[in-house]
Design a protein around this ligand. Structure first.
Ligand code: R5P
Length: 308
């Protein structure tokens, strides 16, 4: 039967794109808050015996997670065959260890909440660091679509003679893949974070950047302090304002303004989180991953690369 795609509020554009590409029905639902801040959800399109797909990106997750889990339950109680989650940005992936006694491993706890209510998950480039694969966190089929081919295509069309700069070791996985696909050089800096907004990165060797347009690539830009530290070094070395590319445009508070004030050039992002910087559309890679999961039914967790 035809799958039904529901948009969590704010995710309408991605839900429209996915339902068109998947030839699925675009479903209707209500998600709203009562005056006391509790939530009301209702699935309005018939889902009995069908795949229900909820599209909800998970930046600012604390204000969304209760409503999302209620909506998943509503779909299941309405008879959905399977309930899947398309979360272009997957939250809480950076607390992937107990850094200090008394903390919880939030990435694992968050995964437990999701897998209790969903049959499968598709996301884009989750922040996999101490966990190497989504399968180490999620017991449900979980697929990571990759932005690198789409970012590489954007670079080829928009930036002459780029050199990619990764601001920290964790960014190497994205930077090196994009650089290899685009056929351009790359360097990766070293980062030391002393606090939420206190970040230091190593100084790049100017010889490796000479005559090229520097392009910073990171998976998540939150406070932008990581990118700002790198931008400052590049500008101090006399380089052109670097192009800054974020896979996930979290941009907390004044982050975008501060990034420009530090000397960044064009700032662009993938559309995993709706944001004015969105310039790189990922519906193609997301759709390929969703189609793979719908076709494979209960396949094991996969972090495979989806076709563009
Ligand atoms: C962490 O390693 C991530 O890849 C990003 O570098 C980090 O999340 C950026 O955070 P912020 O923008 O707050 O410096």
């Amino acid at each position: 039967m035809t799958p039904v795609v529901f948009a969590f509020p704010g995710n309408e554009a991605m839900a429209d794109a996915l339902s068109a590409r998947l030839s699925a029905e675009r479903g209707a639902c209500t998600v709203r808050r009562f005056p006391d801040d509790e939530s009301y959800v209702r699935v309005e399109t018939a889902v009995s015996g069908r795949d229900a797909i909820l599209v909800c990106t998970l930046d600012r997750p604390d204000g969304r997670i209760a409503q999302l889990l209620l909506l998943a339950s509503a779909a299941r109680e309405s008879g959905a065959l399977r309930v899947g989650l398309v979360a272009p940005y997957l939250a809480y992936m950076r607390q992937d260890a107990r850094f200090t006694p008394g903390e919880c491993v939030s990435a694992k706890v968050f995964a437990q909440w999701i897998e209790l209510h969903f049959d499968w998950l598709v996301t884009v480039d989750p922040h996999l660091h101490r966990f190497a694969h989504l399968a180490e966190l999620y017991s449900i089929p979980a697929r990571a679509a990759h932005s690198a081919p789409v970012i590489a295509a954007w670079l080829r069309e928009n930036v002459p003679a780029p050199v990619l700069v990764g601001p920290d070791q964790e960014s190497a996985q994205w930077v090196e893949e994009v650089a290899s696909l685009a056929g351009v050089p790359s360097i990766v800096l070293a980062k030391r974070r002393r606090g939420d907004r206190d970040v230091e990165v190593s100084v790049p060797e100017p010889a490796k950047l000479a005559g090229r347009t520097p392009v910073l690539v990171d998976d998540i830009v939150s406070t932008a302090r990581t990118m700002i530290a790198a931008v400052r070094h590049l500008r101090e070395a006399g380089l052109a304002p670097p192009v800054c590319i974020a896979v996930h445009a979290v941009f907390a508070g004044d982050a975008l303004h501060a990034l420009h004030a530090a000397g960044a050039g064009r700032v662009v992002s993938c559309d995993t989180i709706p944001h004015p910087t969105n310039a790189i559309a990922l519906e193609g890679v997301l759709c390929a991953s969703v189609a793979g999961l719908l076709g494979n039914g209960a396949s094991p967790a996969i972090d495979g690369k989806a076709a563009v």
